[in-house]
Design a protein around this ligand. Sequence first.
Ligand code: DMJ
Length: 621
Amino acid sequence: MSFPRPTLRLSEKFVLLLIVSAFVTLCFGAIFFLPDSRQGLHARGSTPPSSAAPARQEVPEEPPNKVQSSGKASPGDRDVAIQRLQDEHERVLDEAKKILQKTKEGILNDILTAKSKVVEKNNRDVDVKPQLPKVPLPKIIGATGGEPQDAATRERRAKVKQMMQHAWSSYRSFAWGANELKPVSKKSHSTNIFGNTQMGASIVDSLDTLYIMELHEEFAQAKEWVEKNLDFNVNAEVSVFEVNIRFVGGLLAAYYLSGEEVFKLKAVHLAEKLLPAFRTPLGIPWALLNLKSGVGRNWNWASSGCSILAEFGTLHLEFAHLSFLTGDPAYINAVMNIRKVLQKMERPNGLYPNYLHPRTGRWGQHHTSVGGLGDSFYEYLLKAWLISDRTDVEARRMYDDAIEGIEHHLVRRSAGGLTFIGEWRGGHLERKMGHLACFAGGMFALGADGSPGGQAGHFLQLGAEIARTCHESYTRSALKLGPEAFKFEGGAEAVAVRQNEKYYILRPEVIETYWYLWRFTHDPKYRDWGWEAVEAIEKHCRVAGGYSGVKDVYANHPIHDDVQQSFFLAETLKYLYLLFSDDSLLPADHWVLNTEAHPLPVLHAPNTTLTGPVKAGQVQT
Ligand code: DMJ
């Protein structure tokens, strides 16, 4: 990590100043209070004794009138004063020593903490009126149910529910309380995004899936664990983005669906812990945060200490809801500030690069993608508009502008007629699409209604084309599962070329897109494609101890990676269940799913006053 020179010079000056002031304090003490010095001064006839008072007043605890009344200090007074000066001197030296021993990061953090406290206070005082409106909770509609009409679909849905039971009971048997499960070794698993915690990521990520599947007993087990064990007072460095989408999102969704207060309390407690991440020069949050100390930093692998678009751009839905539930504007202000920063910036070719310097506010490498590092930033612009009951028109405008740039520069058709979204690398289009980018089919379909210039049909069509391409990436593999990334060049059409892009880690994005396309078209092929995925997962990923990812989707036999990702329970199985349910389960006009598929209710006007900008005249009453 590098630090800008002006900030360091300031802190260095501060240390020097402390040392100099300690020295000056000592000299004054010597001049005015040591007997010999006083005599020397008198002999030169410069300063009369009574003018020693100002120097004595520098000694903090000395009552001022004691010296002034006599005009002369007694020997006892002098001893006390000398002792105090010595103490003061030692204190200042000690302080200077401590500062000198601090790391650059420590000094920088102190400065940022002080600065952000002022910013936070200003935000609280200025942005939102102190008297917050009392807001009614949104109506909870379609939290369960949605039993499909036809028997075949009912059977498919029941199968998905049974898959969830297998994933859950395996986790419960072999890794209860750990973040994730190793289904082959039948033991605990975790990754660096959760630090060294045992925060039960799979439990929190599963809560709402269990609830909507009406797995009452399992939901009760999960709730009990959250009540008794979920504790965020841990000395661990976690990913702010991941903790937000999985934990804050998971807890909020569980609260709205079940009405159980404990989930709200835990979500708010965690959110308070996340706020120090915003103590950065521009308010762009750190990628990583120590939950105990509140000290943050960015990933080492992100060039020049940059922040990642998909990370700082995927907080809005949860933070809007936190302000709504608590009445505290700190959350919405924090994310609106990120938006403000982004709005001021020039976008090269109309695109948002994935990297942003958190201190200079300049873009890093000009790499743009709708897959990893960029993906959910675009998703949250659209969903910020939807969750605000379509009143946050600023977010919608930003989404439309961003998609225009993406269509122009990144969306292409392959030689074989497949529409794909490539990645922009500083002026060059890489003809590669990630599994993560497959979510965009659903996003285009979701954003079709409300798109400018009557382009709804166009975006629905674009979503359908992306769904087809991603489906092809599955069907062209031996295991009928999609690779992590696939290419469209050198004769390759929707297949992975590099060995390290051939894995499938139980990701949800392709099934997510099938679900949105099903909701908006009711074309049965999406249910069939979803069922193909179920069969492939059952055949190649199911093991005795749960579900595992595979290392190569082109190999004839699966080599398991031995990880049951928490998003498999939060997203993959939930989207499959929704795909085989009627639209009355989580109806689209009442719920918006966060990027980890945790449903949050639409905040119908006038609740939207606490979730984003509302323009006069747009609030329906
Ligand atoms: C999930 O954690 C979220 O969907 C996130 O936005 C990116 N992708 C993973 C699962 O693939």
